[in-house]
Write a protein that binds this ligand. Sequence first.
Ligand SMILES: [Mg+2]
Length: 304
Amino acid sequence: MRILIAEDEPVSRQLLQNSLLEWGYEVVAARDGQEALTILEQADRPSLAVLDWMMPGADGPEICRWLRSCENDSYVYVILLTARNQEGDLVRGLESGADDYMVKPFNPEELKYRLRIGQRIIEQEQKILRLASTDDLTGLLTRRAFMERMESEMHRMRRENGMMGIIIGDIDFFKTVNDTYGHLVGDLVLQHFAQCLQENCRTYDYVGRYGGEEFIIGVPGAGLLETTEIAERIRNMVQNTSIPLPGRDEVIKITASFGVDAVNLRNGNEYMAEELINHADEALYLAKARGRNCSIIYSRADMQ
Ligand SMILES: [Mg+2]
C-alpha cells in the first residue's frame, strides 16, 4: 500500500520514510503542503497519508479540510503529526477531518500499529466499493460504475485530444431463451455473453452490464473504424460459440446486435458520455430493426 508523507523537516521526513519502507509500505514524500496537495489531486493518489501539522504551503489541517470537501473521491485516511500537545489542538486537528493524531516525538512502533488500523479501514472501503460496482451475475461493472468510469475516461480523452468509442450489445431473442429453457439457463447465457465481450475487447476497454441482456463497452482512444472492428469481432465470436447446457447433451447458439458510435474529443469538444451512449443505443435499435445479428454505426445523417 502507498503512503504519502508530508513533512517539511528533512531529518524527520527521512526517518519516517525509512520506517515506512521497513514496514513494507511504498512511500511518496512531499516536502511541504503544496507538494502534498499536488500529490493528493492525482487520480492514483495514496489512500493513507501522514501529514505534519506545521508546513509551508498548506498545513496539515488545511489539507485535511480540502480532502474532506472532495465528496466523490476515494477516501484518504489521515494521521496528523504535530509537536503541539494541548487539548484544544487535538480537537482542532480532528475537527479538520483527520482520522488520527500523534504528538511528536512519537514511538515508531505506535505509528506502525496506527497505520495498520488505517490500512484495514481503507481495505474494507475498497472491498465494499468493488462489490458495489460489480454486477453479481457477470462480474462486469454495474451501470452506475460504468457511467462513472465513462465520465472520467471522456474527461481524460478531452485532455489528451483523443477519441472515445462506445459499443452497446444486446442478445437477440433473449426472451425466447428464458421462455424455452428457464431463467437458470438464461443466466448462463448472460454469463457466456459477458465473457465473450470481455475476452474480445482490448485490455484497457471496460465492459458493463447496462440492463437485462444489454451490455456496454467503453473503447477509449478508438475512432469509429476501430470501435466497429471490435464490435464485429465480438459479434462473430458470439455467433460461432456454442453454449453447452449443463446436464444435457445439447448446446445453445445465440446471436447479438450491436450499436456503435465514436467521437473525437479534440479541441475541448464538450460531447457528453450520455449523448454518446444514446447514439449507440439508437444504432442498436436500428440493428434490431434491420434483422439483428449485425453492427450498426450511428450515422449523424440517417438518424437525426
Ligand atoms: Mg513541520
